[in-house]
Design a protein around this ligand. Structure first.
Ligand SMILES: [Zn+2]
Ligand SMILES: [Zn+2]
Length: 261
């Protein structure tokens, strides 16, 4: 079926998707950078995580790598989009094609599978042989800023770009479910690298914070490198003994031990 896609149409779809991904990145990362890093700290109702500010030129590098990633993300996405129009993927349009309960279930399957893929490929990239080739670029963000959302070496971007298009060939999902996941992915990438924790303390101290990843969790990965590898859920890190969080932040200590409110 791949050969049925007209090359000219594929190229236009690829360029259009690159533009959409890049513009969306500039709008969301730019907004959060301005809100969190560009305004006076006292105006920001968020918790600053790592000490210090980005080195001179660090943000420019994050933007450059993220723009290259936009091209890489668009390539497999364009192929899947064209295949979808030819009926060659597992993405369906008719909401009645599967039971309604399958919509949240399929989203859950996609997110858990993506998280599993991310956790293990991320651990692989931390092997001494692969780290300098694939993953050092991403760890140059210390502290990360919202501009680091797609700041990856092209090899790492390729690894990150192929999973959702591949699973979309196999596991049925409604087109709205895919759009929801792509939006969540982008927001998670920006939030987790924002350098500030924007979720309220009740969220972080309660069940959501104990199971879902936010900036406070991923920031520790950029600080220590050898912990907190996952993307959405703390499940794999907890299971594999690579999760740290509660002992690192005063605002997560039991009430009696907290120095601040
Ligand atoms: Zn990161
Ligand atoms: Zn890493």
């Amino acid at each position: 079926m791949l050969t049925e896609i007209p090359p000219g149409k594929l190229l236009i779809t690829f360029l259009a998707l690159t533009a959409i991904i890049a513009v969306r990145y500039f709008l969301i990362s730019g907004l959060f950078y301005w809100l969190l890093w560009g305004r006076k700290p006292e105006k920001v109702h968020a918790i600053k995580l790592m000490e210090g500010t980005p080195r001179p030129g660090a943000v420019a590098k994050e933007i450059r790598w993220s723009l290259i990633s936009s091209f890489i993300y668009a390539a497999p996405a364009a192929v899947v989009l064209e295949l979808w129009q030819l009926g060659g993927t597992a993405i369906y349009n008719d909401v009645n094609a599967y039971p309604l309960w399958y919509i949240p279930v399929s989203i859950g399957i996609y997110l858990f599978a993506h998280d599993t893929y991310f956790y293990w490929t991320h651990r692989l990239m931390h092997l001494k042989t692969l780290f300098p080739v694939m993953h050092r670029v991403h760890h140059e963000s210390r502290p990360p800023t919202p501009w680091a959302a797609f700041s990856f070496h092209p090899y790492e971007s390729i690894l990150g770009a192929i999973f959702i298009p591949l699973i979309a060939l196999l596991v049925p999902i409604h087109v709205g479910g895919i759009l929801f996941i792509l939006t969540l992915m982008t927001l998670a990438a920006v939030f987790n690298h924002s350098g500030y924790e924007i979720f309220p303390k009740w969220w972080l101290r309660g069940p959501p914070g104990r199971h879902l990843i936010t900036a406070a969790h991923h920031d520790l990965h950029h600080k220590y490198f050898s912990c907190n590898y996952a993307l959405y859920f703390r499940f794999w890190d907890k299971l594999m003994g690579t999760d740290i969080m509660e002992t690192e932040y005063d605002f997560l200590q039991p009430a009696a031990a907290r120095k601040t409110a």
